[in-house]
Design a protein around this ligand. Structure first.
Ligand code: MN
Length: 746
């Protein structure tokens, strides 16, 4: 045993703990150093001898999580202790009772919540993660500190992700992007949300991440000059006004830049809002801070021209995550628009620390963590959980929808204000008020004008819901709503209705079989389904129950010719169903054949046989990709940025395999490109010339539309890889009339 090394590690651990403790001592919390030190010593003892993947002593992880909890989220001693102890119950022999005896019931309860969430996350059940996620949300609505600590835990794991195998990296990065970043955003932890997204991006698209970082570094001097020139008159003016302030340059994160480049198909140089200026001021009178925001705005508007369409008042109408600030966009003397964000110190703390910062500003001297109110959003989550959706993906979608939506304000006929997500319809509004109102909705009056229930609402609309007693929920309503609440309510009602129809269908079928002296087995029911156009027998039963299929002569002749025993029916289909479930789990057993720790190598041979290219994102060699093992044990290759892949990572992370290309321009893949430009004689000729003559690429389909002197064309080509696409796009861009050439999905 190396005692020198032991000493060095002991020193490192104590220093890490002291560093964490210092952040706590600098906060406004009551100084409960004693219990924190006890928690540290206990955790250190419990994790003794265990190391992380990086080789570090394990205890450094809980210390780091506690530090995030204290320094970056601003929580107090209870949370710090729970963070220090968060992996003890899961990874060591100590129990929740031990924790309760030593540290009291509150800390034990939080540790218990944290243990429940993480238990089984790497389990083999396909939906285990979704189950986990539900648990996480449930525990969160009991004590929000559980989720805040969980986010800190995730942040530290993301910061140290380099030590994990690539397939785990994708799974963790995907989950982070799909679940943790939205939750962090919703709780107002904007800084952490940004870091989580950025780290996920870094692991999913390392090259693109590095590319953006490099360009940011290259343009840094330019931005610094712009910042200095632009802020000099602002500083002078604020000083004159006697405002105490800090001026910061906010640089857009590589992830946000990349998102914008993707969404709007822009090049890096075309992103103009990489730099924003932040003015954080100390209000002279805390009660007047809103007015002071506006005074600063007025002063700025005398210095620079303001952009009429880009003024956002989050001061009087805070976002639901608590965010407050005044956003204005000004024309710099260099001729560029620059966004300026004006916030008081309090608003800034809330912008960065969200819910946790609210405690800091309680009127009473010391703050008590337990005073946190569960906000409205948590109640919505509870409502969604009360009506659990059977489909893991739907569930994740519903939650995500709810996490990321931006808001509009809508008025009831009585003038009450309601906050709704952008893009919501009159039907969403009806369900948001009461499910009875939603269920019987036939339309609405928006600003006294009659509109259908699918009408999309705008901020400031006054909405009156119109109902009829005879109206009832229909499946097509699902496409008319966007809120999680309305969706889950409609699905709930439809499912109940479906169950009733299924039961009725079963009854009618049994009756029919008995009356006609028939028998049912797997083969003749399959034939019956084929004849009537159903892929599943259950669906057929539902249709029978609803009365859209009636059993008669044709059905009798399909089922005829077997000995009869009517009650075999139930048994048969119950057992049949069970087999289906086992089938679903079988491939996971098969997975042993695939070494998930190693990346799949996508060779030309493998691509012709074993692997399947996803239809949603059509990956081709050169794209950032990953493999997903589907229910049949087949490997499907998705682009890493594909929205479907993101969902799969979050819902079935343990079926993700890293993948790398190793192709040699042997196979062809279909890819579509979109070309926009100025219409003129011979443009189409020029384009096809470049593609088929100069580059000798085969075209599968051309679709060109021209209107008002503009043309817009989509061409499907056969190429080997992304390099081919790049050559094609570059060559086409050189044509005179062409304005943009981009690859599109599909
Ligand atoms: Mn942990």
């Amino acid at each position: 045993m190396n005692t020198d090394k032991e000493h060095a590690e002991e020193k490192m651990i104590n220093e890490a703990f002291q560093g964490m403790l210092n952040t706590y001592l600098a906060s406004k919390h009551r100084k409960k150093v004693d219990i924190i030190t006890r928690a540290f010593n206990f955790a250190k003892h419990a994790h003794k001898g265990v190391r992380r993947n990086s080789g570090e002593p394990y205890i450094l992880h809980p210390i780091a999580v506690a530090r995030v909890v204290s320094e970056e989220i601003g929580l107090g001693s209870t949370s710090i202790c729970a963070a220090l102890l968060h992996d003890v119950v899961e990874d060591t022999e100590y129990t929740v009772e031990d924790i309760a005896n030593l540290f009291g019931p509150k800390i034990a309860q939080i540790v218990d919540g944290l243990t429940k969430i993480s238990g089984g996350i790497f389990g083999d059940k396909a939906s285990a993660q979704t189950e986990n996620f539900k648990k996480l949300l449930l525990t969160m609505s009991e004590d929000i500190r559980v989720i805040l600590i969980k986010i800190a835990d995730r942040l530290h794991n993301m910061r140290t992700l380099e030590h994990m195998a690539p397939n785990k990296q994708y799974k963790i990065a995907g989950e982070t992007l799909y679940i943790y970043a939205p939750i962090a955003y919703r709780l107002g932890l904007n800084k952490i949300k940004m870091e989580l997204e950025n780290l996920s991006f870094k692991y999913e698209h390392p090259e693109e991440y590095a590319g953006i970082e490099k360009k940011l570094a290259m343009t840094q001097a330019e931005r610094e000059k712009l910042f200095a020139d632009f802020t000099a008159p602002i500083k002078a003016r604020l000083d004159e006004m006697g405002v105490k302030y800090t001026l910061l340059g906010r640089i857009k994160s590589p992830y946000s830049i990349w998102r914008k480049m993707q969404a709007k198909q822009l090049a890096f140089d075309e992103i103009f809002d990489i730099l924003a200026v932040r003015i954080i001021f100390e209000p002279k009178n805390p009660k007047e801070e809103a007015n002071e925001c506006f005074n600063i705005y007025i002063a700025l508007s005398h210095l620079y021209r303001t952009h009429p369409d880009r003024f956002r008042d989050w001061v009087n109408q805070p976002k639901t995550n608590g965010y407050q600030a005044l956003h204005v966009t000004l024309m710099s003397n260099h001729g560029e628009w620059v966004e300026v964000q004006i916030r008081s110190q309090r608003m800034n703390d809330i912008a960065e620390q969200g819910v946790a910062a609210h405690w800091k500003y309680k009127e009473s001297g010391y703050v008590e963590e337990d005073e946190v109110d569960l906000n409205k959003w948590l109640l919505t989550i509870k409502e969604i959980l009360d009506d659990p959706q059977p489909d893991a993906m739907d569930f994740l979608d519903a939650i995500k929808l709810n996490l990321y939506s931006s808001e509009i304000f809508v008025f009831t006929p009585k003038g009450d204000i309601k906050t709704m997500p952008q893009g919501c319809t009159a039907l969403d509004f009806a369900f948001s008020i009461h499910s009875v109102l939603g269920t019987h909705c036939i339309g609405a009056k928006v600003n006294h004008k009659l509109v259908p229930m699918s009408h999309v609402l705008e901020s400031g609309d006054q909405v009156e819901v119109l109902t009829s007693k005879t109206q009832n929920v229909k499946p097509e309503w699902l496409s008319m709503v966007t809120t999680a609440k309305a969706k889950s309510k409609i699905q709930g009602i439809l499912r109940r209705e479906e169950r009733a129809a299924h039961k009725e269908g079963e009854r009618l079928m049994t009756e029919f079989v008995e009356r006609e002296n028939l028998t049912l087995d797997v083969h003749n029911t399959a034939r019956l389904c084929r004849m009537l156009g159903f892929s599943e027998y259950e669906q057929l039963l539902i249709a029978i129950g609803r009365g859209s299929v009636t059993l008669g002569d044709a059905e009798r002749s399909v089922l005829k010719g077997h000995s009869s025993s009517s009650n075999i029916l139930g048994r048969l289909f119950r057992s049949n169903k069970k087999e289906a479930v086992d089938d679903l789990h079988l491939p996971i057993g098969h997975l042993q054949k695939i070494d998930k720790k190693r990346p799949l190598i996508l060779t030309d041979e493998a691509l012709q046989g074993s692997y399947h290219m996803a239809d949603c994102c059509h990956p081709i060699p050169g794209d950032d990709v990953l493999g997903f093992i589907d229910d049949d044990g087949q490997i499907v290759i998705h682009q890493r940025k594909c929205p479907m892949a993101t969902k799969l990572k979050a819902a079935y992370g343990n079926r993700i395999v890293a993948a790398q290309w190793s192709t040699h321009k042997l196979l062809h893949f279909s890819v579509s490109i979109n070309i926009k430009g100025i219409d003129g004689v011979g443009v189409v000729n020029q384009i096809t010339n470049v593609i088929s003559r100069e580059l000798n690429v085969n075209m599968e389909r051309i679709l060109i539309e021209a209107y008002d002197g503009i043309f817009d064309g989509t061409i499907r080509l056969r190429v080997h890889d992304v390099d081919d696409i790049k050559v094609i796009c570059d060559n086409l861009k050189r044509l005179n009339n062409i304005r943009s050439v981009i690859r599109i999905d599909g």
